[in-house]
Design a protein. Structure first.
Length: 221
């Protein structure tokens, strides 16, 4: 039998237990980097929800922002809704798809500068953070009356719409169209807030979407 006693230290030093479980090799690029997920970027861009009230000019830039942050916020929003006893993955997917396509179309029609679908998704996703916070705090607010929660949800929807409007107005240089951009954004985020209330899902969500599409024809004339 071969004597391998002299090579024990060599093999022990090369054992990579992490690589054995996830299949990575020494020198490989970290998985998060390969997926384009940078938590420092997400943390930095998330500050935009505070900058809209504390600074004259926000630092958020759709060109440098990522899509990992918005996906994370939508996932957290869905999980918090489940904590409220409401499973609405279909509604969330439908609303996010329709709203992104609509805002992408609207922004490219209104402005001389163009914006792509990923930049639109990034701006809308980071603006979703206040509504995501509301879905979490609603775990406490659910002990209040429905009318109180409706007012609180509306305030968070306004917060999100102000954030999103500031992002797109700065990026596309559309200062004179602040209200035109902010109105449909408020309807979108109000729909997200209304998902926290059972009785509001069917009526308010459908009405908001109808108003959203009517607005698109009015603004584009």
């Amino acid at each position: 039998m071969n004597d391998l006693s002299g090579y024990e230290d060599v093999y022990i030093e090369k054992i990579d237990y992490k690589g054995a479980f996830i299949g990575s090799l020494p020198g490989d690029t970290p998985l998060l980097d390969e997926l384009g997920i940078n938590f420092d970027t997400i943390k930095q861009e998330s500050k935009v929800i505070v900058e809209v009230f504390t600074k004259k000019s926000i630092t958020f830039n759709c060109k440098t922002a990522d899509c990992a942050g918005p996906l994370l916020f939508y996932l957290m929003y869905s999980i918090f809704l489940m904590g409220n006893g409401k499973v609405h993955f279909g509604y969330i997917y439908f609303l996010s798809l329709i709203s992104n396509l609509f805002i992408y179309f609207l922004l490219n029609v209104l402005g001389e500068k163009s914006i792509n679908i990923f930049e639109t998704f990034s701006g809308l996703g980071y603006s979703q953070l206040p509504v995501t916070i509301f879905s979490l705090t609603n775990l406490v607010f659910k002990y209040f009356s429905v009318h109180v929660r409706l007012v609180i949800g509306t305030l968070f929807a306004i917060w999100s719409s102000v954030t999103g409007t500031s992002i797109f107005v700065k990026f596309l240089e559309l200062d004179k169209l602040y209200i035109i951009i902010g109105y449909p954004l408020f309807l979108i985020y109000f729909c997200y807030s209304s998902l926290c209330f059972k009785f509001l899902i069917g009526s308010l969500m459908s009405k908001c979407l109808i108003f959203l599409f009517i607005s698109s024809f009015i603004f584009n004339k």
